[in-house]
Design a protein around this ligand. Structure first.
Ligand code: PLP
Length: 455
């Protein structure tokens, strides 16, 4: 069974690829002016490749769009890059240079932020179970805010602040029962989940009282994160309305006007050519309108607003380059022969298909390939049948051993979630810009793995 490609041979569907990606006349895909065949030659495969200009331009677009839209409603908006999507000290520097702040959620992420020289006041710290040592580190570095997630943590942060002789700026993470994604594993604002204080049973009011009772804490406001891979603003509207109602309640009960509000991250990106994410300017305008209206209706002052995009900053600019090993036709059903193309990585470098049934798009990278396409599944080299890289794609039917395959939109939550499953060392992260390539994170080696073994 085969189909003809509607597009010219190997044409790239630009929406899923880094902004500087294109297929050259000789058929090779290049990013930032460097052929992926050259990247494979110099750095080996698999490799993560990140388009610096793409990441910077998206960071800039968020900062500018949110600054403009929220200035128009008389307030400021801060954009925190959610470092958990992918963090290295270089990326922390890029986003800092583009005017973003940085969210971290562990001592390890904080260490990278420090190494990158991100100023403490530009850092927010999250997490539902931050350890005392992590809180101490954060306060010692002067982080701009800690998002508290439990009663224990309110006391932990207050006690730590007392030890440091400072007042710690905190936000209270709340769950509002607003779900902005259909997939249970990556939605984080259900009632039946671990994050935040619940509106339903009066926990939020108790948390506010507890924070206000501790002079070592300065309450900035509420924080909510309603999900991931969100394409519409409706969920944010519901969340913002509930958040503003909470603010009004605090003003009435405690006479305190909370100066800030965090709407979280979760802005969606195009993984597939059919995906149509909102652009930052549109999202910013919609969110500013939502916040203004909610504040007007509740008759409260418009707070300073923050958002926390992760995926939508680094996701689209990243790709993963693999080399094809084996190609096997499989009778998938009575009327479908599927070609299984095995590459030299898989679920250890991209866990998302196995974790979330995530879909990806791919292209041959070293040549355009035949314009006859065949139903294909790109799979990894791990000992799991769920080790899928791209579940279903019509791919050139002449794909063979030695070809290069590039998978789109792997900049977020791929290296960040990578494992050494099957003792497969983790791939390097190579940044490309202006015809240059450099190593952000080197390839792990088998010696690195052996070095972990005790005597
Ligand atoms: C994961 C997370 C983000 C970032 O989510 P994206 O989908 O990558 O934009 C932001 N804020 C919080 C609290 C998170 O947990």
């Amino acid at each position: 069974m085969s189909v003809r490609s509607a597009a010219p041979t190997g044409a790239l569907e630009q929406i899923v690829w880094p902004r500087t990606a294109r297929r050259r006349d000789d058929g090779v895909v290049e990013i930032a002016g460097i052929g992926l065949d050259e990247i494979a030659e110099r750095f080996g495969t698999p490799a993560y490749i990140i388009d610096e200009a793409d990441v910077r331009s998206r960071a800039r677009a968020y900062r500018e769009a949110f600054a403009r839209a929220f200035a128009a409603i008389g307030t400021q908006a801060d954009v925190y890059y959610a470092g958990k999507a992918f963090l290295s000290s270089h990326v922390a520097q890029w986003v800092t240079e583009e005017g973003l702040r940085l969210d971290v959620c562990s001592g390890g992420e904080l260490a990278i932020a420090k190494k990158a020289g991100v100023p403490g006041e530009n850092i927010g710290m999250h997490g539902n179970n931050k350890g005392v040592a992590e809180i101490d580190d954060a306060l010692a570095y002067g982080v701009g805010r800690i998002v508290v997630d439990s009663f224990e943590e309110i006391d932990r942060v207050a006690d730590a602040a007392a030890r440091h002789g400072i007042t710690a700026p905190v936000m209270i993470r709340v769950k509002l029962g607003v779900e902005a994604h259909t997939h249970e594993f990556i939605a984080t604002a259900h009632e039946d989940q671990k994050f935040g204080f619940s509106a339903a049973d009066g926990q939020i009011g108790d948390a506010v009282a507890r924070v206000l009772a501790r002079p070592e804490l300065h309450l900035l406001g509420f924080h909510s994160h309603i999900g991931s891979q969100i394409f519409e603003s409706a969920g944010f509207k519901e969340a913002a309305t509930r958040l503003i109602a909470l603010q009004l309640q605090v003003a009435k009960e405690h006479g305190v006007e909370l100066p800030e509000l965090d709407l979280g991250g979760g802005f969606g990106i195009a993984y597939l050519p059919s995906d149509a994410p909102l652009d930052p300017a549109e999202m910013a305008t919609q969110l500013a309108g939502i916040v203004r209206e909610a504040c007007q209706n509740a008759d409260v002052a418009v707070p300073r607003v923050s958002i926390e995009p992760g995926r939508s900053i680094v996701g689209p600019g990243g790709v993963t380059l693999y080399r094809v090993g084996t190609v096997k036709p499989v009778q998938a059903s009575d009327d479908l022969v599927r070609t299984y193309v095995s590459v030299d990585g898989g679920m250890s470098d991209n866990a998302r298909p196995a974790l979330y049934q995530a879909d990806y798009h791919a292209a041959l990278a070293n040549r355009g390939g035949s314009d006859e396409l065949t139903p294909t599944r790109i799979v990894g080299k791990h000992c799991e049948s769920g080790d899928i890289v791209v579940r279903d794609i019509d791919f050139p039917s002449d794909t063979r051993d030695g070809d290069l395959v590039v998978v789109a939109a792997t900049g977020a939550y791929c290296r960040a979630l990578a494992s050494q499953y099957n003792h497969v060392p983790r791939p390097p992260v190579i940044a490309v810009a202006d015809g240059d390539a450099r190593v952000l994170l080197r390839r792990e080696t088998i010696d690195d793995l052996l070095a972990l073994e005790g005597e």
